[in-house]
Write a protein that binds this ligand. Structure first.
Ligand code: OGA
Ligand code: NI
Length: 373
């Protein structure tokens, strides 16, 4: 099979390409990738060309691997069921860094409605949508396409509505009315579930149930409502470029279309949509404080001709009151260390870690490397 990287082809065919101008015009349209389609675009513009070896990696996927599914039914009342869930979660976090949960207590109608709410936002009239388009970090609600648009990285085929949930939540009146009520309800339920999952993760590490919550892992939360429009040439771009999450933990709700993949033993493995399930993944900061016991793994979303695909990612990471990473310092948890298990990371503040994470961009390298001892 002949493999060509589209970015190499691009570079060879046109040295006068002005990426900056293309990116600027796109951002100034304030209507995202969805806006490109609305304006009649039928080819993927150059700024989105990723050159990733999509097709080859897609065909090599081995379906004998699957992400563990953990049933949370009965964990609050039955200690045998709780221990069973804790055991499964512990092994999933060590082997995969990913698992799905069912019977987690958030009703299906709430899950369906937040997906619909995010869809309604991205599909409303572009003139209305435009007013929310912003990259102002001081704002607690932002609509934008690609957080790293102004770098040299290829842009992803995706738009996002993001808002802060804790510790200084966006005011409900600042959340677009078209999805406001469900956004508030879903956020509240996600905070409760986050608290429970951190208890289970603490137990899986052999710590007190309240350990990770008391450490502040549950202090901060923000939500991103992603919208992946159908893509006319999905082999040329990505829905989300390969990355790890910076936070302690992410709770992801995806719709029924699929496309999310996790890198496991050097193979891209699909995370199959399960109606009513939530996907949980370990972020870089949890890998750091667990001294590599739990792993933060690369994942990505393929672009697809079928769409739109909608997902809602809830990130747990603590902030200060300016919505920047908190100055709280984290290092490997002392109780997990021993003569045989020496600390692998130096202490770092959330803020310092995030500065590095965002300056590095989603370039596929490990964000934790500079913090290793
Ligand atoms: C993310 C992410 C996956 C998805 O937002 O960090 O990995 O399915 N999202 O949208
Ligand atoms: Ni992610």
């Amino acid at each position: 099979m002949v493999i060509t990287r589209s970015s190499e082809l691009d570079a060879a065919s046109d040295c006068n390409y002005d990426r900056k101008a293309e990116v600027k015009a796109f951002d100034e349209s304030k209507t995202g990738v969805k806006g490109l389609l609305e304006s009649g675009v039928t080819k993927v513009p150059r700024m989105f060309h990723s050159g990733e070896l999509n097709l080859r990696e897609r065909s090599e996927n081995d379906s004998s691997f699957t992400i563990p599914i953990v049933d949370l039914a009965g964990i609050h009342s039955n200690s045998a069921l709780r221990n069973e869930a804790v055991g499964k979660i512990g092994s999933a976090c060590q082997k995969w860094g990913f698992f799905q949960v069912i019977n987690h207590g958030i009703p299906n109608n709430v899950l369906d409605e937040i997906i619909n709410g995010v869809r309604r936002f991205h599909e409303q009239d572009s003139e209305v949508r435009k007013h929310f388009y912003s990259r102002d970090k001081k704002k607690k609600v932002n609509y934008y396409s690609n957080v790293n648009l102004f770098t040299n990285n290829p842009a992803d085929w995706r738009d996002t509505l993001g808002f802060l949930v804790a510790p200084c939540p966006a005011k409900p009146e600042d959340i677009p009315e078209i999805c406001r009520d469900i956004a508030v309800e879903y956020s509240k339920k996600i905070r409760e579930l986050g608290h429970t999952i951190f208890e289970l993760l603490s137990e899986a590490l052999g710590l007190n149930p309240s350990y990770l919550n008391e450490l502040g892992c549950v202090e901060g939360t923000f939500l991103l409502g992603h919208y992946y429009p159908p893509c006319p040439e999905p082999e040329l771009t990505m829905g989300t470029t390969k990355h790890t999450d910076a936070d302690f933990m992410t709770i992801l709700l995806q719709d029924q279309l699929g496309g999310l993949q996790v890198l496991h033993n050097n193979q891209w493995v699909h995370v199959p949509p399960v109606h009513g399930a939530l996907v949980i993944n370990i972020g870089d900061l949890l890998q750091l404080i667990t001294n590599d016991k739990f792993i933060s793994v690369f994942h990505r979303v393929l672009a697809s001709q079928t769409g739109p695909r909608i997902s809602i990612a809830s990130f747990f990471i603590n902030y200060d009151d300016k919505a920047e990473g908190s100055t709280k310092v984290y290092g490997p948890i002392k109780e997990l260390l021993s003569e045989e298990n020496k600390p692998l990371y130096k202490d770092t503040s959330v803020k310092e870690f995030l500065i590095h994470y965002f300056s590095k961009g989603l370039d596929g390298d490990s964000s934790l490397r500079p913090f290793r001892l």
